[in-house]
Design a protein around this ligand. Structure first.
Ligand code: GLU
Length: 368
């Protein structure tokens, strides 16, 4: 089974597992969950936990409702709740001699390559020290434009940058079904997904929605990142006690199988960016050149959308606005507006300074 064979596992748990509908903390569940984590570490697996719940626990402490919370207020609430979250985990995990550390990430920590590599080193050092990193989004700092917003995609990026080979997304749904199990008693759980094709997309639109922030949509986006990264990913119900042991014994969940990819770690990171900053719309000639493995030149760019800086992730779209590739731009958006459609030899003259001749170098680009 995929989990048994993995060496480094990321386990994501949603808020609804930690706090029930009546706002009670599910302490008994967490005590059992700690046994699950112990089982993994005893089997020599490295474990990263991604846990939601900062905002929910902050609301509980303040006795306020999560609904209608304004962003700035929720940032303060998350700051109050995050310490509650860590205390809760720590109190229970230390009884099983499981050492926890805290990592709070903002979007840029995975989207800027240098910071992603830095985060990877921190994970490695924590494993060497015998600690289990407990990750959440740094909700107190992140504002809407620079926010993951859901821990599903955050967990998949964490799995990717840390080089993990298995991610389990525990929430309050059993997995992906071929129709809505709440409405249709004959609905079947899909056990394995190799390709996220039209059929699967169709199942997603009919799927049951869960209580958390993400729902099935963000879980599928997480799965796409895992597939590219060579990481197995499961969507599973975590509500019952010992959810990890349940997967090991019954395997009742949906597994997304990784694709065999020849891309190196850097290119995997480029293609799975979750926050491209702009679009470059290019002509047929440019698409043809890219297909031959060439870099993207200014001459082939017809239009641009968005504002971005040099080094930012951008999408390359064909004239029908279909995404063809992704890459890191060597110029900012204002510069591209001035040089688009021009021959590379004119760039220095137009900009008034010497710069690169490619807008996106082939080494910084990955086809979709
Ligand atoms: N980071 C948020 C929290 O801890 C949760 C995001 C999510 O539910 O996915 O409250």
């Amino acid at each position: 089974m995929y989990l048994n064979n993995s060496k480094q596992v990321v386990i994501k748990i949603g808020s609804s597992l930690l706090i029930d509908d009546k706002k009670n903390i599910r302490k008994k569940w967490l005590i059992e969950f700690a046994k699950d984590i112990e089982l993994l570490t005893k089997n020599k697996k490295k474990v990263i936990i991604v846990s939601s719940g900062a905002i929910a626990l902050g609301c509980k402490k303040l006795n306020i409702n999560k609904k209608n919370l304004k962003l700035d207020k929720s940032q303060a609430v998350a700051s109050i709740g995050q310490i509650e979250l860590m205390n809760l985990f720590n109190e229970i995990f230390k009884k099983r001699k499981l050492n926890l550390s805290q990592i709070l990430l903002t979007l840029e920590d995975t989207e800027i390559r240098r910071r992603a590599i830095n985060a990877k080193r921190t994970f490695e050092n924590l494993f060497d020290l015998g600690f289990i990193p407990l990750v959440n989004e740094n909700d107190s700092i992140a504002t809407s434009e620079i926010k993951y917003g859901d821990n599903d995609r955050l967990a998949s990026r964490v799995a990717q940058i840390s080089g993990s080979d298995c991610l389990i997304l525990f929430s309050d749904v059993d997995g992906l079904f071929d129709s809505n199990p709440k409405l249709n008693k004959d609905a079947n759980l899909i056990s394995n997904v190799k390709e996220i094709d039209k059929k699967i997309e169709n199942y997603i639109s009919k799927s049951v929605s869960e209580h958390g922030t993400g729902g099935m949509k963000t879980k599928i986006e997480a799965a796409k990142i895992c597939q590219i990264s060579g990481c197995y990913m499961a969507i599973a119900n975590g509500l019952k006690f010992r959810p990890i042991k349940n997967i090991i014994s019954h395997n009742y969940c949906t597994w997304f199988l990784p694709k065999i990819s020849k891309l190196d770690a850097r290119k995997k990171w480029i293609i799975s960016s979750i926050s491209p900053k702009g679009d470059l719309i290019v002509d047929d000639g440019a698409i043809l050149a890219l297909k031959k493995g060439k870099s993207l030149l200014a001459a082939g760019i017809k239009n641009i959308q968005g504002k971005f800086k040099k080094g930012d992730h951008v999408k390359i779209l064909d004239k029908n606005m279909k995404e063809y590739a992704r890459g890191l731009s060597s110029f900012n958006s204002e510069e591209i507006l001035r040089i688009k459609g021009q021959h590379s030899s004119k760039i220095s003259e137009i900009l008034g300074y010497v710069s690169k001749s490619e807008v996106i170098h082939k080494d910084d680009m990955v086809e979709i």
